[in-house]
Design a protein around this ligand. Structure first.
Ligand SMILES: [Zn+2]
Length: 219
């Protein structure tokens, strides 16, 4: 199977996961993958997740022109394109509207690091992106700026989560962990003020994850 066809399978499977796990609702949220330098595979606009199939994936070139597919691409294509253009290390993007993380986005507060999994997989707080309308070039510009050279996830103000990675499983894992961490922060605020992990400890945990955790190289 060629890289584009393989990417279509990965994007569909990731889209099913975010829907099944309640990280997105109805037809909102989107997923993409960049299997080669000049091709992006992205979910179509406004098709219910339950109906999504391999053949519904949209293939666009780096300029955003549709090369393959029967549907319009996600309206967040400008955001995906801008991130891929700015960061050659990124090969996959998952955008969710999960509830607890979005509560932080609505409050325009970063999600701090309180447990090891966010430290390990995100490597720091999830920072808030300056507000712009969804689907706009302005939102794409603001998100790229907030991600910087090595950011792995940001919160789109009054909107949701944008997670990136070197592949789809790592971008998906980040979305899950961000939502879990956001829930823990919210619950801990009911008990008092959560103790945050300090930046040195976060860096140590991230480094340990990249070099020592599990059976393979992490990203
Ligand atoms: Zn959205």
């Amino acid at each position: 199977m060629n890289p584009v066809e393989k990417a279509k399978e990965g994007v569909v499977s990731t889209a099913y996961s975010i829907h099944k796990e309640g990280l997105v609702f109805e037809t909102w949220g989107n997923v993409s993958c960049r299997p080669t330098d000049d091709r992006i595979v992205i979910t179509p606009s406004g098709i219910p997740y339950e109906q999504l199939k391999f053949v519904d994936m949209v293939v666009v070139n780096i300029k955003g022109e549709v090369e393959e597919g029967r549907w319009k691409p996600s309206t967040e294509l400008p955001l995906h394109r801008a991130v891929y253009e700015a960061r050659t290390d990124i090969r996959a993007i998952v955008h969710t509207h999960s509830i607890c993380a979005t509560a932080f986005a609505v409050s325009r507060q970063d999600i701090p690091v309180v447990v090891e999994d966010q430290a390990q997989v995100v490597g720091g707080p999830v920072k808030i992106v300056e507000y712009a309308q969804s689907g706009s070039e302005e939102l794409a510009f603001n998100a790229v700026k907030a991600l910087g050279k090595d950011g792995l996830a940001v919160l789109l103000a009054n909107h949701g989560v944008l997670s990136v990675g070197s592949d789809l499983p790592s971008a998906l894992q980040r979305c899950r962990i961000i939502e879990r961490n956001a829930q823990i922060v919210l619950w801990s605020k009911l008990l008092g003020s959560p103790f945050l992990l300090d930046p040195e400890e976060v860096a140590r945990l991230r480094n340990c994850f990249l070099n020592n955790y599990g059976q393979k190289n992490n990203v």
